[in-house]
Design a binder for this molecule. Structure first.
Ligand SMILES: NC(=O)c1ccc[n+]([C@@H]2O[C@H](COP(=O)([O-])OP(=O)(O)OC[C@H]3O[C@@H](n4cnc5c(N)ncnc54)[C@H](O)[C@@H]3O)[C@@H](O)[C@H]2O)c1
Length: 348
């Protein structure tokens, strides 16, 4: 299996390279045959050439690769994030990665947060009117097609049912955003009928955020439109201990192609200091291994990450004294030690 690796900008260029030796170690120990190529799509290339996502990139990815492993995009030299939209939204739309899975891993268990990833307020429909250099009218439309909402909800309910979850909550704001809000409610209620093992509930996004922060324990599966899911996942990251902890997978259910990335951005405030926490990036690799059916390798990576995250080798945001490199070097060493004593049956 070939992976396209895109470190991107800022701390993406630190956390992504730091995690790759762990992937190589796992691939060798479990005989997974994973290889990767690195692509330098990001701010530097955009500023030098004006190219974000090169022509033909989507076709090439779909033809030659199984997944993308992405760092982050965002650079203070490009304040309007034009290159980020071109690359990240280009990948999401071009590869139809409409399911974004962002697990919120807490002490009591995991909340499976699913965010629709391609439409809603991020559909890119809108415009602005400028007079004498000042924007006087600005419009961003919230667009949802029934087909995308149906496909998204059906896929997520299927995954929740298969993984033994019992409760699923739809987050919406149909009292203030009635058109797309009631489309989501209608689809959710209809699709839920095919999953009698799941108990559905619906919450307004504002009250959901309040309840999640006060007590996350009642939640198991959560489905949200694009913007609400994006915001909820940052609240989830805060509950997990910071943005350095939250991982994600963006999936096209029809092709199984997927993009794995930490939830955090390029963090210009700490970029270049060597203190960025690589946990979220490495946990995204664990999601990738799970996605391709390598659950044992994913499980071992999680065990090693958790162990090192509680040690002095962890980065300062976790109370440790280590650098990005030291954290992952420790994880890779631990993986190698643990896989060297695994019985042969560990190889899938
Ligand atoms: N998917 C993406 O590529 C993505 C996501 C979010 C933001 N961005 C972009 O990233 C840039 C910075 O955005 P921001 O500052 O709002 O969000 P951010 O996630 O980059 O950083 C927010 C805060 O969290 C800290 N942080 C983030 N990741 C960390 C890590 N791994 N270890 C330790 N601390 C970490 C940062 O230092 C910062 O204080 C912007 O250009 C934004 O548009 C990109």
């Amino acid at each position: 299996m070939r992976i396209a690796v895109v470190p991107g900008d800022g701390i993406g260029q630190e956390v992504i390279p730091a995690t790759l030796p762990a992937l190589t170690a796992l691939s060798e120990a479990f005989g997974l045959g994973i290889s990767h190529d690195v692509f330098d799509w990001g701010a530097d290339q955009w500023l030098a050439t004006g190219v974000g996502l090169p022509t033909g990139a989507i076709d090439r990815l779909a033809r030659e690769y199984g997944a993308v492993f992405l760092g982050a995009l965002g650079d203070p030299r490009i304040p309007d994030m034009a290159h980020g939209r071109d690359i990240l939204l280009g990948l999401r739309r071009g590869l139809d990665l409409y399911v974004n899975y962002r697990p919120i891993v807490l002490r009591h268990g995991v909340i499976d947060l699913y965010r629709e990833n391609t439409q809603g307020l991020y559909a890119g429909v809108g415009g602005s009117i400028t007079r004498s250099g000042t924007v006087t009218v600005a419009i961003d439309e919230c667009v949802y097609t029934r087909k995308t909402v149906e496909d998204f909800v059906r896929f997520c309910l299927g995954r929740l049912g298969r993984t033994g979850r019992r409760k699923v909550t739809l987050v919406h704001k149909s009292n203030a955003v009635p058109n797309t809000g009631s489309l989501w409610q209608d689809v959710f209620r209809r699709e839920l009928e095919a999953f009698p093992e799941l108990v559905g509930s619906e919450e307004y996004v504002d009250s959901f955020c309040y309840n999640l922060v006060r007590d996350p324990t009642p939640y198991e599966g959560v489905l949200a439109p694009n913007l609400f899911g994006d915001i909820i996942s940052d609240i989830g990251a805060a509950l997990m201990g910071g943005l350095g902890m939250a991982s994600s997978a963006s999936i096209c259910p029809e092709t199984n192609f997927a993009l794995f990335e930490p939830v955090h951005g390029s963090a210009p405030d700490i970029a270049g200091k060597g203190t960025a926490n690589p946990y979220a990036a490495a946990m995204s690799l664990a999601l990738m291994l799970d996605h391709f059916g390598h659950g044992a390798a994913a499980g071992l990576l999680r065990v090693c990450l958790t162990e090192v995250a509680g040690s002095d080798a962890a980065t300062p945001d976790l109370g440790g004294k280590g650098s990005t490199q030291q954290f992952m070097a420790e994880v890779t060493d631990l993986l190698k030690r643990k896989t060297s004593v695994l019985p042969d049956t560990a190889t899938p």
